[in-house]
Design a protein around this ligand. Structure first.
Ligand SMILES: [Zn+2]
Length: 348
């Protein structure tokens, strides 16, 4: 992987549309979900909304879509069939384009594989999968924000989400014959749609669906469990559904669904310490570090806290600043406040 320049240097480069930085980095805009070349002619995003990536692959894997103005996927000597394929996938990433489909178009699948691997660091199939995933999640995010009336009416299945989610994945089932299955499902909540994941062992993911890192998280989990994420449900996910419903109703104070949270020994100790914080209470980062007999590890505790993959159930929202301020929260401070208020209100 190539080494990116310093952030201040990259910021300067894209503000000045400096062509000498072409290929050295790509910038992605969190608010729009689009990634660009440093020389993009579009209006400059605010630096605080920009995320930098060393490669097209990294930007795609993080769920960003290529900009329609600066076409970051294109290169000067790009063959016509590549441009055609890219345009086709960008127009609608849902249909599967098989090796047979490629051959019908007079394109050699081996050539496609080699080209995509060399140019984008991923196979054509992985490329289209990343685009489907990104589009499906964006649909879930958009539905989730405009569809608040549905949230209030309960947790029953809503076809729009289900379809968007199913379109996202749904490769031929034969692909998943080997290894563990990682089921992904969405769960409606008063805080917006949550995406949940489970293996046969237990819940391994619960995240707010508007978090940009979700796509990358799926890839990480897939590697950790040697599994391909597919839409679906299992007993653990069904149990989580029920327990979360109770939690948000204020009737469930402890989760009993099994959890799997692979991590470093230190991270696992932190997460276990979080699980030990009682419902309705909070601890400071210092207190968590002290409970680990590692009082100097405050910052490391903060980092491990931020890497928690099972929001709400592993209650990282119960860790606050020493002065009583809320501190940070990956899902946004309004959600942290909501969870803490919910827990305190049911304790009265
Ligand atoms: Zn652009």
């Amino acid at each position: 992987m190539n080494q990116m320049p310093q952030v201040t240097e990259m910021e300067q480069a894209y503000l000045e549309r400096d062509a000498t930085y072409e290929g050295l980095f790509f910038l992605a805009v969190r608010t729009t979900g689009i990634f660009c070349r440093p020389t993009c002619p579009a209006r400059k995003p605010r630096p605080e909304n920009v995320e930098y990536f060393p490669s097209v692959q990294a930007a795609l894997s993080a769920g960003y879509r290529p900009c329609k103005r600066c076409h970051p996927l294109e290169v000067d000597d790009q063959p016509g069939w590549v441009s055609d394929l890219l345009a086709e996938v960008e127009g609608d990433p849902a249909p599967r384009i098989t090796d047979g489909d490629l051959q019908t178009r007079g394109i050699d699948p081996g050539t496609v594989r080699r080209y995509f691997l060399r140019r984008y660091g991923m196979t054509f199939q992985a490329f289209t999968r990343a685009r489907r995933l990104s589009r499906g999640l964006n649909q879930i995010r958009e539905n989730g924000s405009v569809d608040s009336a549905v949230f209030e009416s309960g947790y029953d299945s809503h076809s729009g989400f289900r379809e968007a989610f199913a379109r996202t994945f749904g490769d031929a089932p034969g692909r998943y014959r080997n290894g563990e299955t990682l089921f992904l499902d969405w769960i409606r909540s008063p805080l917006g749609p949550l995406v949940a994941g489970a293996t046969s062992e237990g819940i391994c993911l619960l995240e707010y669906s508007d978090r940009r890192m979700l796509e990358a998280e799926f890839a990480t989990l897939g590697k950790l469990f040697n599994a391909t994420p597919i839409p679906g449900t299992n007993l653990h996910l069904e149990r989580l559904h029920g327990e979360l419903e109770g939690y948000f109703a204020g009737t469930v104070r402890a989760f009993s669904v099994p959890l799997v949270y692979p991590g470093t020994p230190f991270q696992r100790r932190v997460w276990e310490q979080l699980l030990a914080i009682p419902y309705g209470e909070t601890r400071s980062y210092q207190e968590v570090a002290a409970a680990l007999d590692d009082p100097k590890a405050v910052r490391a505790v903060g980092r491990a806290n931020g890497l928690n993959r099972i929001a709400i159930v592993i209650p990282c929202h119960r860790v606050v600043n020493k002065n009583g301020e809320l501190g940070g929260y990956g899902g946004g401070l309004h959600r942290k406040r909501y969870l803490l208020d919910l827990e305190r209100s049911t304790m009265r």
